[in-house]
Design a protein around this ligand. Structure first.
Ligand code: AMO
Length: 428
């Protein structure tokens, strides 16, 4: 069996300190100063500096984005970015670009507008500042997994091709499925609930699809949903407590060493009731929104600023959304039937999570569907779970790209998707 190449990955170099090394990556930047040439090599995780002096073996022609392998001697050098650099390099050019890149990747920030960045995605993703967004997303997912595994949740994978819509009927993509119509899953909602009846506590990270007809900076037509569902809860507050703890693990896992303004999840995230939130927003914005059935983005923004000034918190729970705005599976507030045992979590003034307690009795489902004029057709498999004895349960879903774009201060959610899908974009 062929062994793995023993290249020193960029992240391992500082620990190695000195000695012969071989690294592989792409030419990120080449700079000549006096009799020296500094070549920055980028591998999948970071950058490393190579120093060539005119006394060394001659350099081959080196152009940005060539794939190369370099052998040399690692030495400590306090002026190098990581405190080490490779000297006396021997370059092996493995391949070179067929055409120049549409933008320059060697500068600290990428000077390219959104369309250019997205049209040439494999190129823009190579820029360290852009690539870092997805390394942080991977770390958020790792924290989500480890936080939930430690709390005895089982990871599951549910179908994305469905026989009927999984949320409200709106915003669903239909596809040809052999000789009939199928739908792309808007969420794993039904399946995660059904699986509570099996495992008690489940989670899933997977793609979901929303036929979002509007072109906004916070909607994608495919995004990554981080779903949780758990049984034997008291009410939605049990779920909110799990969300708080898991979010804490996620942010700690994803925190880059260099982070300055990294948010902290408060021990107790402040909670406001939806009705009180509308009162406060009405007063704060000077317009009467008390009869609105939902929070508009401007309202969320106001509430985010309020939570920051009142509690120093980047997070705010809004609970008790009106039943009319929540899907049929939502449990009502036993004390105020027009409101629900549901919540959103706002982060820096934007909804990043939705969750709540669900109905769990079969008869309640039949009534809820009937009240909303919905048929049970196509829901037989889902409803069977409730006929077989389901505990009080609830859960939530975090929108990964929403969270990541807020976390990293990205103005447009498209920048938090590797290959975003929106109203117009199906390529690359
Ligand atoms: P909801 O539809 O609110 O709830 O979605 C949950 C979270 O997903 C994110 N999100 C989106 N992100 C990008 N583009 C979109 N078009 C988009 N739509 C939603 C948001 C949102 O908070 N089944 C319920 C969850 C549950 O109750 O467990 C659901 O899907 O961050």
């Amino acid at each position: 069996m062929t062994p793995y190449p023993s290249d020193a990955l960029s992240v391992q170099l500082p620990a190695l300190k000195s000695g012969p090394v071989s690294v592989a990556g792409w030419i990120h930047r080449v700079r000549r100063i006096g009799g020296l040439t500094f070549v920055v090599i980028r591998d999948g995780l970071g950058l490393m500096q190579v120093r060539h002096s005119d006394a060394d073996a001659p350099l081959p022609r080196l152009e940005p984005e060539m794939a190369v392998r370099v052998s040399g001697v690692l030495v400590q050098e306090s002026r190098a970015p990581d405190g080490v650099e490779i000297r006396e390099p021997a370059f092996d050019v493995l391949s070179e670009p067929e055409s120049p890149l549409p933008f320059h990747l060697g500068a600290p920030t990428l000077e390219a507008g959104l369309d250019l960045r997205l049209n040439h995605r494999t190129a823009s993703l190579r820029h360290p500042s852009i690539r870092q967004v997805f390394q942080i997303e991977a770390a958020l997912a790792e924290g989500f997994r480890s936080g939930l595994a430690a709390r005895h949740f089982t990871e599951v994978w549910t179908p994305k091709l469905l026989g009927c819509a999984s949320e409200s009927g709106a915003n669903v993509f239909s596809v040809q499925y052999f000789d009939r119509e199928a739908f792309l899953a808007q969420s794993p909602q039904f399946y995660k609930q059904m699986l509570v009846g099996v495992f008690g506590r489940v989670y899933e990270i997977g793609p979901v699809f929303r036929a979002e007809p509007h072109d906004t900076v916070r909607h994608l037509s495919q995004y990554t949903s981080m779903d949780v569902e758990m049984g034997f809860i008291d009410d939605h507050h049990t779920v909110m407590a799990v969300l708080r703890d898991v979010m804490d693990v996620m942010l700690q896992t994803a925190r880059p060493e260099s982070a300055l303004d990294w948010p902290k999840v408060p021990d107790a995230i402040p909670v406001v009731h939806f009705a009180d939130a509308l009162e406060m927003v009405s007063e704060g914005l000077g317009e009467d929104v008390r009869h609105e059935p939902d929070l508009a983005p401007a309202h969320e923004q106001w509430l985010g600023a309020w939570a920051k000034s009142q509690y120093g918190s980047d997070f705010l729970f809004v609970e008790g959304y009106p039943m009319q705005k929540r899907p049929f599976y939502t449990a009502p507030d036993p004390a105020r039937a027009l409101y629900s045992n549901s919540f959103d979590l706002l982060f820096r003034g934007q909804e990043i999570v939705t969750g709540g307690q669900r109905l769990h009795r079969y008869q309640d489902y039949l009534e809820a569907l009937q009240e909303r004029g919905m048929s049970t057709a196509g829901l037989e498999g889902y409803l069977e779970a409730f006929r077989l004895g389901m505990p009080p349960h609830g859960g939530f879903a975090i929108g990964l790209e929403r969270l990541a774009s807020r976390l990293m201060g990205l103005a447009n959610i498209r920048d938090a998707a590797l290959f975003p899908r929106d109203l117009k974009r199906l390529e690359p």
